[in-house]
Design a protein around this ligand. Structure first.
Ligand SMILES: Nc1ncnc2c1ncn2[C@@H]1O[C@H](COP(=O)(O)OP(=O)(O)OP(=O)(O)O)[C@@H](O)[C@H]1O
Ligand SMILES: [Mg+2]
Length: 151
């Protein structure tokens, strides 16, 4: 059984703290699937994950390419934004398996559009808007290999 952890992010500083903490415990081969509407902060969170991995270059929204690669951190980061994918077939064309099952960390914005391709042991973060302008609700399913959390 996978457990869903729900946390309230109060502002962008909380998003950054969350991203830095997550980055600190990511391992090669991890996939972080981000699900949330426009402007919920998927790219903002990805920037903090990148920072936490020690990537110093600017992280931009991969608008015209589906994946952007950053090799200078503790672990390579592959940042996907699949918003413009019209057919999961396009993921095969770019050889997504090399990334998802490789030795880097993948962060996937709009993962819900390709959910059938997202590995089962991914960290799934659903982001919703909160009550205040900068508030976000994170629902995190982290059901990774051998990390049995009890009944
Ligand atoms: N708690 C928060 N966490 C992240 N971003 C926040 C927060 N509060 C406000 N924001 C603002 O919300 C916006 C989030 O934009 P961002 O590009 O990260 O969203 P996105 O989910 O990647 O959008 P898209 O679906 O277009 O890719 C930014 O302008 C950011 O300043
Ligand atoms: Mg984005």
């Amino acid at each position: 059984m996978s457990k869903i952890r729900k946390i309230i992010i109060k502002n962008e500083e909380d998003t950054r703290a969350f991203g830095l903490e997550l980055a600190g415990r990511l391992k090669p081969g991890d996939v972080v699937a981000l699900i949330g509407d426009l402007g919920t902060g998927k790219t903002t969170l990805t920037k903090s994950i990148a920072e936490g991995l020690g990537i110093t270059g600017v992280i931009t929204s991969p608008t015209f390419t589906i994946v952007q690669e950053y090799e200078e951190g503790r672990i390579p980061l592959y940042h996907f934004d699949v918003y413009r994918i019209s057919d999961p077939e396009e993921m095969y064309e770019l050889g997504y398996e090399e990334y998802f099952f490789g030795q880097g960390v993948c962060v996937v914005e709009w993962a819900d559009l390709i959910m059938e391709l997202i590995p089962e042991n991914s960290i799934v973060i659903r982001i919703g808007y909160g009550e205040n302008e900068e508030e976000r609700i994170y629902e995190i399913t982290e059901d990774r290999n051998n990390e049995y959390t009890g009944d």
